[in-house]
Design a binder for this molecule. Structure first.
Ligand code: CA
Length: 418
């Protein structure tokens, strides 16, 4: 698929995250308007609510696009998704006759505020990266027991909290929690000393289900993808995780990018999951490639200092696709909802420079990273800003996600009851 040229000149640059081929979905507000749906095109954002209300765009109900989230639009279903995308692509293409009518609804992206792109119905996080699971398992249980016996047979996950999912740019408070004290009988209640990020991709469920669905049906239910940072307190996690898995270690916050990159935009970048080490049960087999080739990176910037890119990896490293995760999630009859968010699990490559968390990059704190500023890090310090970026690379263009960023603030003062 070549670059689709647009009359919005900034969308034709090979460096922009937002060429006409992308058209990612966000929610913005400005001094002149309340939060509403828009798509990014080059350095502009198209006010879809206003363009639809004016009758310039007709493929989707204007009321859905005036909402402060893409849920109502997603609920209209895949036929509307495709029709709307086709209409937008045509209207923004180089020689489109709609240009004069549409131009008044374009705003500079630098002048708008971005909000959560959709209301998260429920949040589930998986543990579907082979390298991450092996690395963490090795540190927690040793290399012989690194992968639990179920790992190669199903995507392991846990039900997270929708309430703590926040949009990129939101500050993140270092959590307090119960930490094991190796030298004392009693654990201690302290701010986490091993606060971390997890570099993930989140799948946004755009259609509901009330019964178990196949992997192919699950793939069709997915609307798009976001970058996702599953902030993690490793010291809280290490003490609490057995036997039921993560709880408070993951409950502080999860940051997502302000843009949902649609499955349609990523279609040319589909790729297969890696070879199976054990055959999967039929209900989990992929009938076609359902993973995507998306280059990912994480950068860390100490307060007031320049950033260092500390890892580069690729979403194609995942052992299970989002469609497999969704099929597994539904297998019990668990109803899935428009706006459900599924975290991929930390995306780590095979090499040390491709690890998707500080826990792995510093190998549990034993091998601190040296930043370009000369400072070292085992885990995140107060004031550190973590920024994720991701894109699929086409010939002469990229399908980007924008940034997923958050700054770690100091823990709150100790509560007087604690
Ligand atoms: Ca995670």
């Amino acid at each position: 698929m070549p670059l689709l040229e647009s009359w919005v000149e900034s969308a034709n640059s090979p460096d922009t995250d937002f060429p006409l081929n992308n058209l990612p979905c966000g929610v913005f507000s400005s001094d002149a308007c309340e939060p509403r749906c828009g798509v990014a095109i080059g350095d502009r954002i198209l006010d879809l609510a206003a363009a639809s209300a004016a009758g310039v765009l007709r493929a989707a109900d204007p009321r859905a696009l005036a909402a402060p989230g893409w849920n109502a639009f997603m609920a209209l279903g895949p036929e509307t998704w495709a029709a709307f995308r086709a209409e937008l692509t045509g209207a923004l293409s180089r020689n489109a006759s709609q240009r004069p009518a549409l131009e008044p609804f374009l705003l500079p992206r630098a002048e708008v505020r971005m909000h959560m792109p959709f209301a998260v119905a429920e949040f589930t996080d998986f543990y579907a990266g082979r390298n991450h699971a092996f690395n963490v398992g090795t540190m927690f249980r040793g290399p012989e027991n690194a992968l639990p016996p179920n790992w190669l047979h199903m995507p392991i996950g846990y039900n997270g909290r929708a309430s703590s999912v926040v949009v990129s740019g939101t500050d993140i408070r270092r959590p307090w929690g119960q930490l094991k004290s190796p030298d004392h009988d009693m654990p201690a209640f302290l701010p986490s000393r091993r606060f971390d990020f997890e570099l993930e991709v989140g799948a946004v469920v755009g259609q509901p289900s009330q019964r178990p669905v196949s992997v192919a049906e699950a793939d069709a239910m997915i609307f798009g993808f976001v970058l996702l940072n599953d902030w993690s307190a490793r010291d809280i996690q290490a003490w609490e995780y057995q036997p039921l898995g993560p709880f408070q270690a993951k409950a502080t916050a999860t940051t997502i990018s302000p843009w949902i990159v649609t499955k349609a935009a990523l279609e040319p970048f589909r790729t297969s999951t890696p070879p199976r080490e054990k055959d999967l049960l039929p209900y989990l087999r992929e009938p076609a490639p359902m993973l995507y080739d998306i280059a990912l990176e994480a950068a860390l910037a100490p307060a007031g200092k320049p950033e260092t890119v500390i890892t580069r990896t690729n979403y194609a490293e995942m052992y299970y696709s989002a469609a497999q995760q969704l099929a597994h999630h539904s297998a019990s009859g668990c109803p899935m909802t428009v706006g459900d968010l599924l975290g991929s699990g930390t995306v780590s490559g095979k090499n040390a420079a491709e690890r998707g968390s500080m826990l792995e990059l510093s190998w549990g704190g034993k091998e601190p990273l040296t930043l370009d500023t000369g400072e070292t890090r085992s885990f995140l310090e107060d004031g550190d800003r973590v920024t994720f970026r991701g894109h699929a690379q086409g010939p002469g263009y990229r399908i980007g996600f924008g940034e997923c960023t958050g700054t770690v603030l100091p823990a709150i003062d100790k509560p007087d009851w604690a």
